[in-house]
Write a protein that binds this ligand. Structure first.
Ligand SMILES: Nc1ncnc2c1ncn2[C@@H]1O[C@H](COP(=O)(O)OP(=O)(O)OP(=O)(O)O)[C@@H](O)[C@H]1O
Ligand SMILES: [Mg+2]
Length: 351
């Protein structure tokens, strides 16, 4: 074996804007954060979930691991909405063995990708509500080509890919660990640099998932087209501390129009959810990803959806040694850390 077998993993979230990595060990007294690191990656190195510049990202991953003292090279990574379909289906009740025999033909009906080009996975959820002859199954189909390219990337960085998860599941896992959800409806919404994913939960079950190509990069692109600068310069200017280059009014207008788009799209998704679940009310929205930092967004979303909107704290139930970590830094970057934290609680022998 190439690597020493330790049961825990480093959760590595490969975002199109930034890499985030967390290492948690489970002790008798609970989950304990050992290391956390974050590093921006070059714009364009990942586009719509596709790796465009593997050398560049592998070098960034190596740098992130060199700068932090992660204790294992075994990592859990995730892929996002562009190349994954997650679908809850109902089929006639059968054994797991029988389901394995029919999974391809079932999947063909629901998955808009060529079945020979995807990795299929599933979880049998149990009896369908009000129909004892049927069972619910969560079907996951991920494009093989994309999964393989992420596995290659991790190997290029000298690491050992042990678990390939889905962004949304990782987020749900860290949410459940920290918030012990009750039977209310909660929407988890992650707004990254290039994509937004929404997951509506009732207790520990996911009722509805949707990914859309909206993200914080839209603000950069608006700045680029207004003042004709590079995407990287726009990244510096979007925080409003260089009014000589872009005025506060112009920036405010850009941010307002972008967050307006986000809220409209989220409203559309929620309306779709309500049409399928008319008796369910979403009273709480929990945000993660870089978009969660934007106050105008949180305020508008609360008004538009009549929900309480808050920022996720993935460190809430995690023990953190105050001598080893800058707590105020962790509090600040909490929404961006969420997915990597969810990945780091996966175990080496998880499927
Ligand atoms: N304080 C802030 N205000 C507004 N935007 C911010 C702030 N801090 C970071 N961002 C933006 O957040 C984005 C990065 O967020 P995040 O790390 O969640 O994205 P990612 O995971 O890399 O992207 P994706 O998941 O879409 O591939 C960047 O576009 C960055 O400009
Ligand atoms: Mg992300």
């Amino acid at each position: 074996m190439l690597f020493k077998k330790t049961s825990h993993l480093v959760g590595l979230d490969i975002g199109s804007g930034a890499l985030k990595a967390s290492e948690i060990v489970e002790t008798k007294s609970g989950h304990c954060l050992q290391h956390f690191g974050m590093l921006d990656i070059a714009h364009g190195a990942i586009e719509e979930g596709v790796i465009k510049d593997a050398d560049e990202i592998a070098a960034s991953i190596r740098k992130l691991f060199n700068e932090n003292s992660f204790k294992t090279q075994n990592v859990a990574i995730s892929i996002g909405g562009y190349s994954v379909i997650v679908k809850k289906i109902s089929v006639q009740t059968m054994t797991e063995e029988q389901f394995q025999g029919v999974i391809n033909s079932e999947a063909e009906q629901y998955i808009p990708f060529d079945i020979s080009e995807v990795n299929l996975d599933y979880q049998i959820l149990g009896e369908t509500e009000n129909n004892p002859n049927q069972m619910d199954v969560l079907l996951v189909a991920a494009k093989k080509e994309v999964v393989d390219s992420y596995v290659n990337l991790i190997q290029m960085a000298g690491l050992n890919p042990c678990v390939i998860d889905i962004d949304t599941f990782a987020l749900q896992n860290i949410f459940e660990l920290n918030y012990a959800p009750e039977d209310e409806n909660i929407a988890l919404i992650d707004i990254g640099a290039g994509k937004t994913s929404l997951n509506i939960l009732k207790g520990n079950s996911s009722l509805f998932m949707r990914d859309v190509t909206l993200g914080c990069g839209m603000i950069n692109r608006e700045i680029v087209s207004l003042i004709n600068c590079s995407y990287e310069e726009a990244e510096q200017l979007k925080y409003g501390d260089q009014p000589d280059k872009i005025s506060h009014d112009d920036l405010k207008e850009i941010i307002s129009s972008v967050v307006d788009d986000w809220c409209n799209e989220i409203r559309r998704a929620l309306d779709f959810f309500y049409s399928a679940y008319p008796d369910d009310q979403i009273k709480r929205i929990i945000l993660s990803g870089g978009g969660a930092y934007i106050k105008e967004f949180r305020e508008l979303l609360a008004i538009e959806t009549s929900s309480e909107v808050e920022i996720i704290n993935p460190f809430k139930n995690i023990q953190i040694d105050k001598k080893s970590f800058d707590i105020s830094y962790l509090e600040r970057i909490a929404p961006q850390a969420a997915i990597s934290m969810g990945l780091s609680i996966r175990k080496i022998d998880d499927k």
